[in-house]
Design a binder for this molecule. Sequence first.
Ligand code: PRP
Length: 173
Amino acid sequence: MSEHSLRVLLSENQIRARVREIAARIDADYPDGVLCLIGVLKGSCIFLSDLVRAIRRPVRFDFIGASSYGAGKASSGSVQITKNVEMPLEGCDVLLVEDIVDTGITLTHLLRRIERHRPKSVRVAALLDKPERHQRPVDIAYLGFSIPDRFVVGYGLDYAEDYRGLRDICLLD
Ligand code: PRP
């Protein structure tokens, strides 16, 4: 494990409270129909697992694999699909679940891909957003926190695959 200095930006308790609020809004917004959450691997897996347990209505979930960062700290700008959605999405309400939106390139690419499945609706749930970094217009229906343009790890987010298991979200210096 590489040695970096970590400072808590969002604590486990803050994250838990915000996930509950988002889940309550999702419950209210989708009273009926099949709701499919699609987690974007790998970073969103912890947010998705907490979110599906906080949502009270029935949900289905699957994952899509996308990577644009490799082992570096900056987006490469090109999105590699590492796993496709296997679940049928036609006629379903779909929520694309991201850990973080940075340039918006991944999200834009994945939304186009999901639209091909002819879902009834598609919205985005993202735990974190860095609005200063957007290079594409992004519409996040359910946002956890807007954060400044700093490198963050924990709660699924990595630096070169380390730190994903931290319970807090931390600044990496
Ligand atoms: C991160 C994050 C988003 C994407 C956001 O994934 O999970 O999918 O980058 O960046 P963008 O808005 O600039 O496109 P990453 O490529 O680091 O893969 P990982 O989730 O497996 O760590």
